[in-house]
Design a protein. Structure first.
Length: 578
C-alpha cells in the first residue's frame, strides 16, 4: 500500500500511555492499568510500526502532550528505518489552524469522536474534514450521553464510529434508535444519526504474545513453583468482583473439574485489587468455593508478571459477567500465546473465541426485570457508577456447571488443549495481529477521505443563510445587545491623536491583552490609520489588512480593537441612533 493521505491524530497521554496507578486517586476509581490505555498504547505502537504514512499531524490538548508524542516517535524502533514528519496543533490554536482551510481531511480520536470538533466544522469549515473515533467502555452515564449525541450533533455520512465488537455495534444502535424514537414522539420527523458504524476489533502484538519455547516454559514454571504434573490455569486482569468478573464460577467450576478428573490444578490470578480487603476476599472465596485447587495471586503491576506467567500456563480463563466489558483484550493475548481459552458467551468475547475450535464458551444468563431501574437510578444520581456496576453484575449469571464441564474436558485431554491452542494462535495471527488491524483502520480512513471529497463538490443548500450552530456567533446570539452593528458600509476615520496612542495601547496590560486575535504589526496598523485619515468605509480598511496576508477575521477583530481604544472613530454621520 502506498503512502496514504495525511491524517490528524488526536493525542493525549491519558489515551495512549499506560499510567500505572498504585492506589486510587479518588473513591471508586480503580487502581492499576486501565484497559483502554493498554489498547491505546498498543494501537499507537502498531500505527508507528505498520502505518502507511510519511507525515502526521497531532491535535493535542497542550504543548506538553505534543512533546510527549514527539518523544515517543523519536524513540520508537520504526524511527531508525523511516524518516517521517510530525507536527502538532494545540486545541487553543485549532480555530486558527483548521478553519476555514484544514491542513488535513481527517481527525482520528482514541475515543468516540469529540462533538466539539463537529460543531466547529459546521460553523467554520463545512465538509472540511472527516471525524473518526473508537469505542471502549460504554455503560457509564457520560458514555451514553455521547451515544445520544450521535443523533443530535452535526455528524455527517463521511464520519465513522469504530466499534470493537458486534455486541458494541448493536448496543450503540439500540441507544441511538431508542433516543431517535423519543425525539420523533416529541418533535416529529424521523431523527437518525448520519455517522456510520464500523466493526473493527482491537489487535494484539503477536511477537510479544506468542507460544513459549520449551526452555521458556520450563524456566517460568520453575519460577512459579509449578510441578511437572500440575495443570496451570491462568487468569489475567483486575481483581474486581463487581466491575470486571465475579470469581465464583471460576473458583467453583475449576475446583469441580479438578475433583472430577483427579488432576492437580494450579490457578494463577495475575492482577491487582483496589485494596487489601478485596484481595483478602478473593483469597477466602478461593478457599471456600475452590477447595480442590491451589491458587496463587501474582502482582500484575510487576513487570516480570506482565508476560512471564503466559509462558507457564496450560489453559486461560476469563469469565466476564460485567457490562463494563466490551471486547476482552486478554482473550486475544491468550490465543496469540497459544493457550486454549475458557470464556463466557458474553458481549465481545463471542467474537473472539470460536467455540470448540479455539476454546470453549460457557453460557451466561440474565433474569428479565431484575435490573430494570438501575439505568434510571444512575442517570438520576441516586446510584453512583461503582454501585451501578455492582447491581448490574448481580443480575448476570455464568453457568457454573458448564464451566466445570469445559475445564474437565481440557484437564482430561492434552491433545485437545494443544489443538485448541494452536488454532487460537492461527486465528490471532490471521485476524487480530496489529498489522492487519491497522490496515483495516487505514481502509476506513481512505474511504472517509474519498467521501468527503465528493461532499465538497455538492452544492450547499445554505448559500446566503447562516447555518444552525450549537452556540451561534455573537452577532446572532446577542444581536439585540448593541445600539448598532457596524458593517462594511460604516464610515470610519482616524482619531486626532490615534497614531500617538498606538504604542501605549499596544503595550499596556489593560488594553493589549488577547493579542493573538488581532494584528500586532505596528507598521501595518499605522498604514490602516493612514488610510482612514480621510473618512472611508470599513471595507476599505479590511482590504488594507487582506493585502498584507492578514485573514479577514483577524482584520475585523483588529478594527474592533482600534475602535475600542479610540484610535479609530465612527464618522459623525454614523453616530446617530438608527
Amino acid at each position: 500500500m502506498s503512502d496514504l493521505r495525511p491524517i490528524a491524530l488526536y493525542y493525549d497521554d491519558g489515551a495512549y500511555r499506560e499510567m500505572l496507578k498504585r492506589a486510587p486517586t479518588r473513591p471508586g476509581q480503580p487502581k492499576g492499568l486501565m484497559g483502554r490505555q493498554v489498547a491505546g498504547k498498543e494501537f499507537l505502537d502498531a500505527y508507528l510500526e505498520h502505518g502507511h504514512w510519511e507525515s502526521l499531524l497531532a491535535v493535542t490538548p497542550s504543548d506538553a502532550a505534543a512533546a510527549s508524542l514527539l518523544e515517543t516517535c523519536k524513540t520508537h524502533p520504526s524511527s531508525r528505518t523511516r524518516q517521517r514528519k510530525l507536527r502538532h496543533v494545540t486545541e487553543q490554536r485549532f480555530h486558527q489552524d483548521f478553519l476555514p482551510s484544514p491542513p488535513v481531511s481527517l481527525i482520528h480520536f482514541p475515543t468516540p469522536p469529540d462533538p466539539r470538533f463537529a460543531w466547529a466544522r459546521r460553523a467554520g469549515s463545512p465538509h472540511g474534514f472527516a471525524l473518526c473515533g473508537v469505542t471502549h467502555t460504554l455503560c457509564s452515564h457520560r458514555a451514553v450521553e455521547v451515544l445520544r449525541g450521535l443523533i443530535i450533533d452535526p455528524w455527517e455520512p463521511y464520519d465513522r464510529l469504530i466499534c470493537t465488537s458486534r455486541a458494541v455495534t448493536n448496543m450503540v444502535r439500540q441507544v441511538m434508535e431508542t433516543f431517535g424514537t423519543y425525539l420523533a414522539e416529541r418533535h416529529g420527523g424521523q431523527p437518525r444519526s448520519r455517522i456510520s458504524l464500523e466493526t473493527i476489533p482491537l489487535g494484539v502484538n503477536t511477537e510479544r504474545f506468542r507460544p513459549a519455547t520449551p526452555a521458556e516454559r520450563q524456566a517460568e514454571r520453575q519460577r512459579l513453583g509449578l510441578a511437572d504434573d500440575e495443570i496451570a490455569v491462568l487468569f489475567v486482569g483486575r481483581l474486581a468482583h463487581h466491575a470486571k468478573a465475579h470469581p465464583f464460577p471460576m473458583f467453583r467450576g475449576i475446583s469441580e473439574a479438578a475433583k472430577a478428573t483427579a488432576k492437580k490444578v494450579r490457578l494463577s490470578l495475575v492482577g491487582w485489587a483496589a485494596n487489601d480487603s478485596v484481595l483478602s476476599a478473593f483469597r477466602s472465596a478461593a478457599t471456600e468455593f475452590g477447595p480442590h485447587v491451589r491458587m496463587d495471586v501474582l502482582d500484575g503491576l510487576d513487570q516480570k508478571n506482565r508476560f512471564g506467567p503466559w509462558r507457564a500456563a496450560d489453559v486461560f480463563c476469563s469469565l466476564s459477567d460485567n457490562i463494563q466489558e466490551t471486547f476482552g483484550l486478554v482473550i486475544v493475548e491468550a490465543m496469540a500465546s497459544g493457550l486454549p481459552v475458557v470464556a463466557t458467551d458474553w458481549n465481545g468475547y463471542r467474537d473472539l473465541v470460536i467455540d470448540g475450535e479455539t476454546g470453549l464458551l460457557v453460557p451466561t444468563h440474565m433474569v428479565s426485570g431484575a435490573s430494570t431501574d438501575v439505568t434510571s437510578q444512575l442517570l438520576f444520581g441516586s446510584l453512583d457508577y461503582d454501585h451501578f456496576l455492582a447491581r448490574s453484575s448481580q443480575a448476570v449469571m455464568v453457568d457454573t456447571p458448564a464451566v466445570a464441564t469445559a475445564f474437565a474436558r481440557l484437564f482430561r485431554d492434552r491433545e485437545l488443549r494443544d489443538r485448541l491452542g494452536a488454532a487460537g494462535r492461527r486465528r490471532a495471527v490471521e485476524e487480530f495481529a496489529w498489522q492487519k488491524i491497522i490496515q483495516r483502520y487505514e481502509a476506513v480512513w481512505e474511504e472517509q477521505q474519498t467521501l468527503i471529497a465528493e461532499w465538497r463538490e455538492r452544492p450547499s443548500p445554505d448559500v446566503g443563510m447562516r447555518r444552525p450552530e450549537a452556540y451561534p456567533p455573537l452577532e446572532t446570539t446577542f444581536a439585540g445587545y448593541p445600539t448598532r452593528w457596524l458593517d462594511d458600509s460604516t464610515l470610519l476615520e482616524t482619531a486626532p491623536d490615534g497614531a500617538a496612542l498606538l504604542s501605549a495601547v499596544m503595550n499596556h496590560p489593560l488594553t493589549g491583552y488577547e493579542s493573538d486575535r488581532r494584528c500586532t504589526d505596528a507598521a501595518l496598523l499605522r498604514r490602516a490609520m493612514d488610510a482612514a485619515a480621510e473618512t472611508c468605509p470599513l471595507s476599505k480598511l479590511v482590504e488594507v489588512f487582506l493585502q498584507d496576508g492578514v485573514t479577514e477575521r483577524t482584520a475585523r477583530a483588529t478594527l474592533a480593537w482600534l475602535l475600542k481604544y479610540d484610535m479609530l472613530r465612527i464618522a459623525p454621520q454614523f453616530t446617530q441612533k438608527p
